[in-house]
Ligand binder design. Structure first.
Ligand SMILES: *[C@@H]1O[C@H](CO)[C@@H](O)[C@H](O)[C@H]1NC(C)=O
Ligand SMILES: *[C@@H]1O[C@H](CO)[C@@H](O)[C@H](O)[C@H]1NC(C)=O
Ligand SMILES: *[C@@H]1O[C@H](CO)[C@@H](O)[C@H](O)[C@H]1NC(C)=O
Ligand SMILES: *[C@@H]1O[C@H](CO)[C@@H](O)[C@H](O)[C@H]1NC(C)=O
Length: 584
């Protein structure tokens, strides 16, 4: 008794101290307007009513009790989640969110967080050859997954692309319950037998991201169209990016149907609230596969409900490699995808002033009307460092910049390329450990030559510059496309995030690697080459669709197991597959 008494009195002292501390901490917050509201996600578990309207009514009852006003309750809600799971997104103060979390029916309340998004050849490389479709095991007994519906949560879609031509498709599967949400520059005819549904989620998105976009499922970013056409694009002859990677562009499941859920806006703003709204509707609509090329850890409960309803969820594993424990989307019930290189490369001839020729990698092309002066030798400049603080002020007009980069130093790549472009320069040569590119790097290279070389070649350039008696010169030719064994594929891309998952370290992630380096797929009415785990995930979504068409009764666990246990772990010489990155 005595012991109990003394411990409880000491804990009372601790409580008083804690309360004092809490009050002390919160005072300045209150003084500066503690009433400011933020977007919160409340999760209430399974839906407890058959009628979605009753689910919504239960949310409002709860909020009316919390806010003590029906009007305030209605005004605060941004999304009601009412099909696949019960919950809502609402604008609340910190105190209100804390209080809400105490209600017995509420499982969790968390702030909505910002999320950012993470070909022709790639499918041949995976052994799903277009010409061999009839004899191929996966394509053999079905027509490319025609009755399977792939939901793509992303930046929308470009319906006019040839990759989404619906010629020869049967009627939309009768079990489909989705809709075609019209909006600015999106009419009801934009949905078809290929794009069978399209929705968008703009509530809770700051205006600055909506201003540069259309309030509709239309994709002005390019990311969503690229991913959708990789998973399920129809076959298109002679697709290329300015002549590079020319061939038949097609998705993995060429005949699968696409359902579009636009949750990302502008250059790629999305949040927990918009993504959960998309997952909730996708469960209601009846998609079979969900392809998600962005980081989503806090949405795991939405994904869990999707998987419980028989939907196979495929995630991108993130582009934060080669550091360990960077993999995103580690939920064990979904498939997390790493990015690998394929057996295609884009060699780019570099000629030094000494006539020595060396080879880098780029997607450099010369536009139809680019002037004669854009070819030929240029002055090569080397700053002490390509960090912006040091580079800023260097004259690059008509010149080519030479930089050495640390692995994964995408910011330096991005900023110095932009600097050269803005300053009227001709190009940049980056030396780094490998020549992998990540998708973030490409737009800044429009109109200039961005060439990657490995460190050995970087050393050759540096020693040429040391030896040069007059100002060093360099000439860069447009890239060529080569495919085949000499390109040393497959290998996990350097930028691809590595396991184990920081959230679930005991679970081995990513689950599988798929092509994600220099992938050609649809962008608006033409084709673009992008890299990233964002590109790898829809490759696996396509394979899932083919498997679902062959084995409609397989569970998501069975499908994941079939994919993971039949994957190659060695290359064609029997050597283990490796991952790019710095050796320790
Ligand atoms: C999509 O809808 C817009 C606006 O109604 C229209 O101009 C465009 O032609 C449509 N595209 C297709 C492929 O139907
Ligand atoms: C081609 O030249 C015209 C006129 O100089 C210019 O307006 C246009 O933007 C150029 N096109 C490209 C692709 O550079
Ligand atoms: C570069 O320098 C200019 C002028 O000195 C300055 O206005 C600009 O902000 C600098 N840019 C960066 C990225 O540091
Ligand atoms: C799949 O399941 C349904 C319903 O459980 C059953 O009727 C059907 O025969 C099954 N199909 C196969 C191919 O096993």
């Amino acid at each position: 008794m005595g012991l109990l008494q003394s411990s409880s009195s000491s804990s009372r002292v601790a409580w008083v101290l804690l309360l004092l501390l809490l009050c002390f901490c919160e005072l300045p917050f209150r003084a500066h307007g503690g009433g400011s509201r933020k977007l919160y996600i409340a999760y209430l578990g399974h839906v407890k009513h058959d009628d979605p309207n009753d689910v919504v009514a239960s949310h409002h009852d709860l909020l009316t009790t919390l806010l003590q006003s029906k009007e305030e309750s209605l005004a605060s809600v941004v999304y009601n989640y009412k099909h696949g799971f019960s919950g809502f997104a609402a604008m609340l103060t910190t105190e209100q969110a804390k209080e809400l979390a105490e209600f017995p029916e509420v499982i969790s309340v968390q702030p909505s967080k910002r999320h950012t998004p993470t070909t022709t050849r790639s499918w041949d490389f995976l052994g799903l050859n277009h010409q061999m479709m009839g004899s191929d095991m996966l394509h053999g007994s079905n027509s490319g997954g025609e009755d399977v519906i792939i939901g793509v949560i992303d930046t929308g879609i470009w319906p006019e692309s040839r990759s989404f031509n619906d010629a020869g498709y049967g009627p939309v599967p009768s079990r489909w319950k989705g809709k075609c949400q019209v909006g600015h520059d999106w009419g009801s005819t934009n949905c078809s037998r290929k794009i069978i549904g399209a929705r968008f989620y703009s509530a809770g998105v700051p205006d600055q991201f909506l201003e540069t976009d259309s309030l509709s499922p239309r994709d002005h970013n390019g990311h969503g169209t690229h991913c959708a056409s990789t998973a399920a694009g129809s076959a298109v002859e002679a697709a290329s990016f300015h002549g590079l990677a020319k061939g038949v562009a097609r998705g993995g499941a060429t005949r699968a149907r696409i359902a579009v859920y636009k949750s990302f806006w502008g250059l790629g703003f999305g949040n927990t609230a918009t993504v959960l709204a998309a997952i909730d509707d996708a469960i209601h609509d009846g998609v079979d596969v969900l392809s998600m090329s962005f980081g989503v850890d806090e949405n795991s409960f939405g994904v869990l409900h999707a998987v419980q309803k028989g939907i196979t969820v495929v995630y991108a594993g993130g582009n934060e490699g080669p550091r360990p424990q960077t993999v995103r989307n580690g939920a064990p019930w979904a498939i997390t995808v790493a990015a690998s290189k394929i057996d295609r490369s884009f060699p780019t001839m570099i000629t030094l002033g000494s006539k020595q020729q060396i080879v880098g990698q780029s997607l450099y092309y010369r536009g139809k009307n680019s002037s004669k002066s854009s070819s030929g030798f240029k002055v090569l400049v080397v700053p002490v460092s390509c960090d912006m603080e040091i580079l800023n002020g260097t004259d690059v007009k008509g010149q080519i910049l030479f930089c050495t980069m640390q692995p994964g130093d995408q910011d330096v790549f991005q900023q110095s390329s932009q600097y050269v472009r803005d300053g009227g320069g001709s190009g940049v040569i980056f030396a780094q450990y490998t020549t992998d590119l990540s998708f973030t790097a490409l737009d800044v290279c429009k109109g200039i030559a961005c060439v990657l070389v490995d460190l050995d070649i970087g050393k050759k350039i540096a020693s040429y510059m040391d030896d040069a008696s007059s100002s060093p010169m360099v000439k860069i030719e447009p890239a060529r496309t080569i495919t085949g064994k000499e390109t040393l594929a497959p290998k996990v891309a350097m930028f691809s995030s590595r396991g184990p998952s920081p959230d679930y370290p005991a679970i081995i992630k990513p689950d599988i690697a798929a092509p994600g380096v220099n992938i050609l797929a649809a962008k608006e009415n033409s084709y673009a080459i992008l890299s990233g785990t964002s590109m790898a995930a829809p490759h696996v979504a396509g394979v899932v669709a083919l498997l679902k068409a062959l084995h409609p009764n397989w569970s998501s666990a069975a499908i994941k197991s079939a994919i993971v246990t039949t994957a190659h772990t060695t290359d064609e010489h029997g050597m283990p597959l490796l991952a790019g990155g710095l050796p320790r």
